[in-house]
Design a protein around this ligand. Structure first.
Ligand code: AHG
Ligand code: MN
Ligand code: MN
Length: 364
């Protein structure tokens, strides 16, 4: 399709908004500002060590430990600042929260306060930066409590502790060979490719759908000894391939950048797992509920896939803390449902009779 016939992100948002005649355009404006932040981060990421920010010594910061106990890379810090600067001024935000900020960020008194909350992981997979592998940004947009909006008070942690089902919009940008923005405003999922000549996100992947079946899985197998039995069972059955209970061979991928894994799964199906495990009993999982699991869960479900903790739909989880971690399984619907079923079933014993084996009459 010639470029002139393709929709820009702006047009897509305007067409979507026409479904809600009462909508004033605040959400669209906010999403466009977020998309500008993503373009700026894409640019900086693409320059790598050559970037002005490095050569002019602006990136002296970084190396500090964030609230997660992880060392912040310079680009984590810079990407976080870009998200703040591109969105705080526009009058649509009541507050924001990010992986890189211990506490919720207030909208300064120099700016108007609005009705939305922005929650983000400014740079996901940043351990991949040094090795030039895809990274991304993830964001989730929630409504601030009405009383907070009406009074214009400072936001508090509790304002953000909303289940994923309340998200108004969610998206990610992936900084790979091309930069893409993948977005849901609750009416399916659309993918936009950044046209570097125009500096515009252009709709290239309308109505993204995740196939219900797959033969590709993604999990960090170095954690295998910490997995719970249902996860071990699932992966063992995949590895057994054609001769095993699944009766087909599986392929495996692990990029160590959830955005990149999510994108692959949205493009061609697959299942991603970073399940709860026994590695650190203090942690419910590796990934963060509010700015990793929930936005990806919303996108995946809007694309016909499924996102789960293994025990329940991830979007139904009521958060208890801003930086809460959670076990996450998402992707092709039938595989995620299978993992959930294995969590419900009692642990399989070595001695299980063949009558009850995976492909017997007694299984659905
Ligand atoms: P972040 O860089 O924002 O801290 O997130 C990294 C996450 C996620 O993107 C990825 O799936 C996972 O960490 C990788 O974990 P391993 O290092 O265990 O492979
Ligand atoms: Mn992340
Ligand atoms: Mn991050």
């Amino acid at each position: 399709m010639p470029l002139s016939h393709r929709w820009t992100l702006t047009r897509y948002l305007i067409e979507e908004r026409s479904r809600f005649p009462e909508a004033g355009g605040a959400l669209n404006a906010l999403i466009l500002d977020v998309s500008l932040a993503c373009k700026a981060i894409a640019r900086i990421v693409s320059f790598g060590e050559l970037g002005d920010a490095f050569s002019q010594g602006q990136l002296s910061r970084g190396g500090e430990v964030n609230v997660q106990g992880e060392v912040q890379k310079p680009l984590d810090v810079l990407s976080n600042e870009i998200f703040i600067r591109m969105t705080e001024w526009n009058g649509h935000l009541a507050g924001m929260a990010s992986e890189e900020m211990d506490e919720p960020r207030q909208i300064g008194h120099a700016y108007r306060r609005g009705k939305y909350l922005l929650v983000f992981d400014p740079l996901d997979g940043s351990s991949n930066i040094d090795v030039n592998v895809s990274v991304g940004s993830i964001f989730s947009i929630l409504r601030a409590p009405e009383e907070a909006v009406a009074s214009g008070r400072d936001v508090v942690e509790a304002d953000f502790l909303q289940p994923g089902t309340t998200q108004v919009a969610a998206g990610y940008a992936i900084y790979g060979p091309t930069t893409m923005l993948v977005l849901t405003v609750g009416n399916g999922v659309a993918g936009f490719t950044l046209n570097p000549n125009l500096g515009e996100f252009v709709l290239t992947h309308p109505e993204i759908r995740i196939p219900a079946d797959t033969h590709e899985f993604a999990i960090n197998t170095s954690n295998a000894r910490f997995w719970e039995p249902p996860v071990k069972r699932y992966v063992d059955e995949c590895l057994a391939g054609r001769g095993g209970p699944r009766g087909k061979d599986f392929n495996m991928r692990w990029i160590a950048s959830m955005v990149a894994e999510a994108h692959r799964i949205l493009m061609r199906g697959g299942v991603f797992m970073y399940p709860r495990d026994t590695k650190d009993p203090a942690k419910q999982g590796r990934l963060r509920l509010l700015y990793e699991a929930n936005p990806v869960g919303f996108i995946v479900e809007q694309a016909g896939g499924r996102a789960s903790t293994g025990r329940q739909p991830v979007l139904g989880v009521r958060p208890s803390a801003l930086h809460q971690r959670i076990g996450l399984v998402f992707g092709s619907r039938n595989e995620v449902e299978r993992v959930e079923r294995y969590h419900r079933e009692p642990a399989k014993r070595e001695t299980d009779a063949p009558l009850f084996a995976e492909r017997s009459l007694f299984r659905d």
